[in-house]
Design a protein. Structure first.
Length: 308
């Protein structure tokens, strides 16, 4: 691989490029490669181009991956680097998530303008978020708060906040850390009270099934505990048919050979929420996530899912 250029496909936002560059650095360190051996190929996706509507109105998570996956399938790139929480649970034929890098902090971060802590915002304050999960959690914890759609990359959202369009906004702590912008965080949300999205904080590498050369090349980057935790979280998401149209939260943690899972489903208005837990041996991670989804579906009842 030293003489041939490995092409990494990624979205073109600053955060996506930071994640691609992190992947590149790890590959260089693992294989002793020079800078020219790996090329980063930024790509525009529909999710990046369409900023005036909610993702739920224009097709959901796949809008951030479709163009990149097409390039991967037809060989224009060798691997794709994604934020795991942006990836649909069903992938295109011939592709798989081969490697997950070690997960960063999965929690949500609040950046406040009129109050440092989310819970201390004044009555009737305005918060911007494009995530249905965050919107539902905001409404659940503070029904008085006005929630407005807030699309755009990290820099765009922070600029809107600075200009006074909202009193606060939420971003993933992991993304801010990877951008070297952890200092803007005014309040880190507890994962119990404000559970993150399944996969939040983890970088996934997608590749072609059966490409043994690439699989061997990526193997040193794989983080065992992250892979197991995400198998559980994505099984939970997949069994609930989770997309950008559904407020779903879930986080798996690992201690030795044991996995613990906490999940939540909410109505978009936040008035109804159901929590579910599961635990067991790490070898059963996906089964634990799937079982948690089936149990919470039974608890919630069929009426809960009418709008899903």
């Amino acid at each position: 691989m030293q003489t041939a250029s490995l092409k990494i496909g990624t979205r073109s936002s600053k955060l996506a490029l930071a994640q691609a560059n992190e992947t590149k650095r790890r590959l260089q360190a693992a294989h002793g490669l020079n800078d020219e051996a790996i090329e980063i190929v930024p790509m525009s996706t529909a999710g990046d181009r369409i900023q005036d509507r909610a993702l739920s109105e224009i097709g959901g998570k796949g809008l951030f991956t479709e163009e990149i996956e097409t390039a991967l399938s037809d060989g224009r790139i060798d691997i794709a680097v994604h934020s795991t929480k942006d990836i649909p649970t069903i992938l295109p034929d011939g592709l798989h998530l081969s490697v997950f890098l070690e997960r960063e902090d999965p929690r949500d971060a609040f950046i406040g303008r009129t109050a440092a802590r989310f819970i201390d915002l004044p009555f009737g304050a305005t918060v911007g978020s494009s995530s249905l999960r965050r919107q539902a959690l905001i409404r659940r914890l503070r029904p008085d708060i006005k929630v407005v759609m807030f699309r755009g990359n990290v820099q765009t959202r922070l600029k809107k906040l600075e200009q006074g369009e909202v009193d606060g906004t939420f971003l993933a702590c992991a993304g801010l850390k990877r951008l070297g912008m952890e200092h803007v965080i005014t309040n880190l949300l507890d994962a119990e009270a404000f559970p993150p999205a399944p996969g939040q904080g983890a970088i996934a590498i997608e590749s072609r099934i059966g490409d043994t050369k690439i699989d061997a090349y990526l193997k040193p980057l794989a983080h065992h505990d992250t892979q197991i935790a995400l198998a559980c979280e994505r099984a939970f998401l997949g069994a609930l048919d989770g997309s950008c149209r559904t407020p779903i939260a879930g986080l798996a943690t690992i201690s030795d050979d044991h996995i613990y899972f906490n999940g939540m489903i909410l109505t978009p208005d936040g008035t109804t929420a159901h929590r579910i837990t599961g635990e067991g041996h790490i070898n059963d991670a996906a089964a634990i996530g799937h079982d948690a989804a089936e149990r919470v579906r039974a608890i919630a009842g069929p009426d809960f899912f009418k709008e899903w």
